[in-house]
Design a protein around this ligand. Sequence first.
Ligand code: ADP
Length: 461
Amino acid sequence: MTVFRSIRWRIGIVFAVFVIACISGLGVYLSQRAGDESLGVNLVIVIGDVIAAIIAILLAFQILRITTEPIKKLTHLSRKVAEGELELDQDFQITSRDEVGELATAFKQMAARLREMVALITNERDRMATILSNIDDAIFMVGSDSKITTMNRAAENIFQVSEKKALGHTFIEAVRDHEVNGILQRCLSTRKQQTGAVEIKPKKQSLTIIATPLPGDGGCLMHIQDLTELRRLEMVRRDFISNISHELRTPIASVKALAETLNEGAIEDTAVAKDFLNRINVEMDKLAQMVQELAELAHIESGETPLNKRRVNMADAIGHAVDRLRAQADRAGLNFDFVIPPALPEVMADESRVEQVLVNLIHNAIKFTTSGGKITISARARDTDILVSVADTGSGIPADDLPRIFERFYKADKSRSGGGTGLGLAIAKHIIEAHGGKIWADSVERKGSTFSFTLPLEQKA
Ligand code: ADP
């Protein structure tokens, strides 16, 4: 019945039964006082009263039970929600259609909405966390008490401090640099954006810093960019331009001087003129070689030269490269030694490019080794690649220069550079890396150098 669906109605009915019982009881009492002796009628009314009172009590208990049961359930569920559990569907079996039922439905909707909002916030938080952990710039969120509340992986890397150690600690404790901390403190006290450029020790990292006040809690967001690599590249570019100008200026100046001397009369002396013309020729060859190597390097760097890969027998490639340079090695009084096993697996590579690398390494070994020295060429297969080495007993490379010799135009000892362009190793590095391999050098000054490279073996299916 509809009336039982409302607590108000239920209480009303209990109340009505109770009132009827009271009125009829009062009636009996008054008629007794008035001396009405109709005992039979009064007895009927008294019995009716008792029955009405019992019904009222039973109804009251029943209503209490029906009403409090879902409320108890609701209280239990509210506690669960308060504890953060929002998956209520299974437990949520309140079916009553009274006010408590309505409350339960509203509660259910609220929990669903809460769930949606929590999912949205979690999603947003995960997105932010992904962005934060994947950007290269360091991010710190710092509270008004200078304590770090959030930081990302880049911040850990730049300042060499783990998130675990830094969170909850003051900014200065984590970054250990007063200049960087000064920018934060200015932001915290002025509540205005502050910027600065700082070089931090010990790795001499160049940082640019932007401190922005955060709305609300009085804290600041620290955005720190590490420009060290950019600065290094800028330096490499500047070095490159200064090197190329220097390298071009030297032969051009020689040619100009020789031509002027010829013009001033040396041309009359046939022997001198011939010698000068030969020297001009040599200088022009150097220039031509440099221009050709530069063009080649630019080409390889742009990735426009596709590798013409096919099966290459490394022993054959080494043989071809040595054949091209044997006469030169003989003239320099150098011997070759080979450590190459008979069954060397083939690699997929651009044979002419691999030969070019070998020629460059062997040519350098010849240039930088004095007469009577030895050049040892070895090759061996490893798990996933082939390792090739060209070792000499020559001048070696100073430890300071060793990490830079693969840079364009870099020459370890300019006075002994043997007239090279300084581009050969840069080209070799590009070629080997384009094949998925690695190239490096080990050297001890005055003892000799070993240049090694790897080429990946074809993976067996
Ligand atoms: P280049 O030989 O034309 O100068 P490279 O790029 O081939 O240019 O080599 C760069 C520099 O590395 C050389 O100028 C030299 O200083 C150093 N180098 C290369 N190979 C050797 C070697 N086998 N022994 C000593 N120094 C070497």
